[in-house]
Design a protein around this ligand. Structure first.
Ligand SMILES: *Cc1c(COP(=O)(O)O)cnc(C)c1O
Length: 383
């Protein structure tokens, strides 16, 4: 890549997973591909022989779709789901031919030839998309695979019940479509006591019988834990692979996958009455020792996310506001001189899980993961 002065810049290299060296970075994100593989095996064990795909939307929940796909492929996973066609095209380039890649959000009108050329399969969410893919198959002169999604009660993506009934009555509606799966998605799978789950499952049963006979798929991560009635022929976990708790009502059955550490940029001692950070939202009551770390909301660390970092098992509370590129920590609990410039403190890891950080921010682990910044040095373990 060149800028307008003609200097050369290295292109982003997906295989190394990082554009910034460990020495240069303000923070280091470690992604344990071995833990992702173990999580896949744990889900497989629960599924008792039912096939298990890998959901890699939003760049593998922020952790690197290509790296995750290659790790899952080693466990025998050969079906992947992305959200967008662009994600699918990038993933196909990175992992080559072989595994099936389905595009969950469907294909934008006019993009069918691009999907075909990249060897990607749509999740068909409407009668309009069904017709477009049927015509693509006719021009290609062969049958083309697709998944058909029905809306069993979430009102987000998939053919509405009336639409399913209409295409079911239409002669030739599925000509040239190789229906690989009929699928639907659960709105409340992480709340096992909710009747909505069973209502959706029954509606899914009813609708899929109207469509061409094909394997069925309903369960996301949490859906796998609703029991075998929800497993059908293919499960589609995302979050659980990445260590987010699929059973928030009980202990996390998955292994943690990431560790996020930020570098100390500077330390200082301050006296009573000193105002700290933007807006002086905090004033020191007495002498304090502070460390400023090189990570902030510009790295996707929400201003309301977890309010402490950790060092050697000691909690170091945030003090003052989270800035774009930095956060101030109260390190008075550590012996003087214990922490110096360049040392790493933990934001996510053994002392504070992704779900802990999410809880503080009033959000979910999914959002913490997909917000993780582009400025981190990324280190992959167990590839
Ligand atoms: C995101 C998504 C999944 C995976 O959900 P998790 O809760 O991350 O396991 C499965 N199916 C569909 C349709 C999705 O959009």
């Amino acid at each position: 890549m060149n800028d307008d002065t003609g200097r050369r810049f290295p292109a982003h290299d997906a295989s190394s997973g990082s554009t910034v060296s460990e020495a240069a970075a303000g923070a280091i994100l470690t992604i344990d591909l071995g833990a992702i593989r173990e999580n896949y095996r744990r889900l497989k064990a629960r599924l008792n022989g039912v096939r298990c795909a890998g959901v890699l939307k939003a760049d593998g929940y922020g952790l690197g779709a290509a790296q995750v796909a290659l790790a899952l492929a080693k466990e025998g996973c050969d079906i992947f789901f992305v959200a967008l066609l662009g994600e699918g095209i990038a993933l196909r380039k990175a992992i080559g031919p072989g595994p099936d890649i389905f595009v969950l959000n469907g294909l934008p009108p006019g993009s069918e030839p691009e999907a075909l050329a990249a060897g990607l399969f749509p999740v068909i969410n409407s009668a309009v998309q069904l017709k477009a893919w049927r015509e693509t198959a006719r021009s290609a002169g062969r049958s083309l695979p697709a998944a058909i999604q029905v809306d069993s009660g979430m009102a987000r993506l998939g053919m509405a019940p009336a639409e399913v009934e209409a295409v079911a009555r239409e002669a030739g509606a599925f000509d040239g479509i190789g229906t690989r799966f009929v699928m639907s998605h659960l709105a409340r799978a992480d709340e096992p006591q909710q009747a909505a789950n069973e209502t959706q499952r029954r509606e899914f049963e009813r609708l899929r019988l109207l469509l061409p006979a094909a394997p069925a798929s309903l369960a996301n991560s949490s859906g796998i834990f609703l029991g075998s009635a929800y497993h059908y022929d293919l499960a589609r976990p995302g979050a659980a692979l990445y260590g987010v708790n699929p059973t928030p009502y009980e202990a996390n059955p998955m292994l943690p996958v990431i560790r996020l550490q930020a570098k100390v940029a500077q330390t200082r001692a301050i006296g009573a009455g000193t105002g700290i950070g933007y807006g002086h939202t905090h004033q020191a009551n007495g002498p304090l020792r502070l460390a400023t770390i090189s990570l902030g909301y510009g790295d996707g660390w929400h201003r309301r996310a977890a309010s402490a970092a950790w060092f050697g098992g000691v909690r170091l509370p945030f003090i003052g506001r989270v800035s774009m590129d930095s956060i101030i920590l109260d390190i008075s609990a550590l012996p003087a001189g214990r922490l110096s410039e360049g040392d790493l403190v933990e934001l996510i890891g053994p002392s504070q899980s992704v779900d802990d950080a999410a809880g503080h921010a009033g959000t979910i682990g999914y959002e913490i993961l997909t917000s993780l910044g582009a400025r981190f040095h990324r280190r992959y373990l167990g590839g």
